[in-house]
Design a protein around this ligand. Sequence first.
Ligand code: ATP
Ligand code: MG
Length: 296
Amino acid sequence: MKPSHRFNHDHFMVKPNKKVDLSDFDTADTNGIKNKDAAQEALQSDIESLSLAQELLWASAQKGVLIIFQAMDAAGKDSTIKHVISGVNPQGCSVTSFKAPSEEEKQHHFLWRPARFLPGKGHIAIFNRSYYEEVLVVKVHPKFLNGQWLPADFSEKHLDDFWKHRYKEINNWEQSIADHGITVIKFFLNVSKKEQKERFLDRLNKPEKNFKFSAADVEERVYWDDYQKAYAQMLSATSTVSAPWYVIPADKKWFARSVVADIITTRIEALKLKIPSLSKTQLDALAEAKERLLNE
Ligand code: ATP
Ligand code: MG
């Protein structure tokens, strides 16, 4: 197996209880990788390693992996997911996109929706956006709470405690998922406001990219600073030992893909999974089956 772990992962990981200020993070950082070609080579090798690591995950069926992607619009979630899992066996992997919740979903606890899509043993589940929208878009627009049938008082005074409570609920939930043998990996693709504008303009200028553009994205851009604040608070409150956040510089798409693939591969390899060894009875049954086939 080719070596993974090319990047200093600690450099991207948010330490538990660390107060995050996103202005400290360089969105164009490439961690010493000089150019696209070098990153491409690393990505290709990691895709191969990930493919092998996933086979082992599937065959051993002892652990699962939950990977969460959060980001502002046009940060590259979709294309990162597409590239990173291109070598993965689709039978052992699922991708769930979290759009605005349905009426039914709004009537339930906010963790009811994602619970159905958690990975079983041997599986990788990827969330393209996630329940974290409940402390991001919903925090920026508290009016969304109105549709949620929540009983408490949501005056300004109570809101602060409300968000703290949600962070705690998320941490507790992720802890119990981790205790169940699921590795939880969370990525925030950190794109700059300037780069987002370039990507929106690119979508507008190229007819073949027009379909990716949504006027609502430009509306939401007005709230950029509020989102940055909500992201920073969420990262500060919900990066834990069992479920850490990685802040990935995303102005260079080739870099973001490469480092995400490297972290996922390394985290799965670190599980040190083995093909299960068979018991004496199972081995005897195999020998008997072989003999029957040979004697047909
Ligand atoms: P793309 O634009 O690349 O297709 P996307 O993830 O931006 O991908 P959209 O359909 O554009 O998909 O956006 C989904 C929208 O749903 C986002 O604006 C997101 O904030 C919103 N959303 C997701 N979860 C919730 C939630 N729990 N409450 C309110 N809005 C939510
Ligand atoms: Mg969108």
